[in-house]
Ligand binder design. Structure first.
Ligand SMILES: NC(=O)c1ccc[n+]([C@@H]2O[C@H](COP(=O)([O-])OP(=O)(O)OC[C@H]3O[C@@H](n4cnc5c(N)ncnc54)[C@H](O)[C@@H]3O)[C@@H](O)[C@H]2O)c1
Length: 253
């Protein structure tokens, strides 16, 4: 399956930690050339160093996905470095917790700027490159929160529902032109986001989150990365417009 990812140019946003970082390591191990992108340069450079130490190929490009100018620069740098773009994993995102009655306009704008505009603007600039090449693969990071409601998470829930909608819309718009667009919808995963979400890793909050998953545990970042590699690979050549839950059974309940 991963044989088809060898020498592919793969761009990952939010790759300085968590699911993005784990995916960057997994793509590099499969022989892909990885553009590791994020806002934090030292962390991004550390991911690149880890890949290179293991014999892989990667480059860090700093970008805030809420800023379109950063995205155009990111894609310019991708082309200048590797001359093409085969796979884009639009993964950067932020959580937001709080009752609906306390959300400010600024909270809403910030979460939507990163989680929704960040994904849309990324696709806006990735797709023309893929069209010129005759095809490509896009994977967006949604969430179980993109498929169901939950209390005290309305802005995040709405933003991830929007990612699901954008994924379907883009898939249909470009299906006949050789671009596959899918999403991955993780359940709880052990990352910095989950630590923040559980109030700094509060053991009681983590135990309660664990128990919400039928497998009675939280996922590991690599358990999301591998399904992302599958969606990016030729093994998924007939899959487009879908959002794959990777959630330890959460959504089956
Ligand atoms: N951890 C979970 O339980 C979980 C569950 C479902 C979905 N997700 C989604 O997975 C994705 C990755 O999150 P994670 O769990 O690895 O947490 P994380 O906090 O480790 O990773 C998020 C990454 O996005 C980056 N980022 C945030 N804002 C950005 C911006 N404006 N521009 C560029 N990069 C930015 C962060 O710096 C970080 O590297 C997110 O989209 C998140 O919503 C996470």
């Amino acid at each position: 399956m991963n044989e088809s990812l060898k020498n592919k140019v793969v761009l990952i946003t939010g790759a300085t930690s968590g699911i993005g970082k784990s995916s960057a390591l997994a793509f590099a191990a499969a022989g892909s050339k990885v553009i590791v992108s994020g806002r934090r340069e030292p962390e991004g450079q550390a991911v690149v160093d880890e890949i290179k130490t293991a014999g892989g190929e990667a480059t860090f490009v700093k970008a805030d996905v809420a800023r379109e100018a950063d995205i155009t620069n990111l894609l310019d740098r991708t082309l200048a470095t590797y001359d093409r773009l085969d796979v884009a994993f639009n993964n950067a995102g932020v959580e937001f917790t709080g009752p609906m009655t306390e959300i400010t306009e600024a909270d809403f704008q910030r979460v939507f700027a990163i989680n929704v505009w960040g994904v849309l603007a990324s696709m806006k600039h990735e797709i023309p490159i893929m069209l010129r090449q005759g095809g490509g693969v896009i994977i967006n990071t949604s969430s179980i929160a993109g498929k169901i409601g939950m209390a005290d998470n309305s802005v995040y829930i709405a933003s991830k529902h929007a990612v699901e909608g954008l994924t379907k819309a883009a898939a249909i718009e470009y299906a006949a032109k050789g671009i596959r667009v899918n999403a991955v919808a993780p359940g709880g995963v052990e990352t910095d986001m989950l630590t923040r979400f559980t109030g700094g890793g509060n053991e009681e909050a983590i135990a309660s989150l664990r128990s919400l998953h039928p497998v009675q545990r939280i996922g590991r970042p690599e358990e999301i990365a591998h399904p992302v590699l599958f969606l990016a690979s030729d093994a998924a050549s007939f899959i487009t417009g879908t959002s794959l839950p990777v959630d330890g059974g959460f959504l089956a309940q």
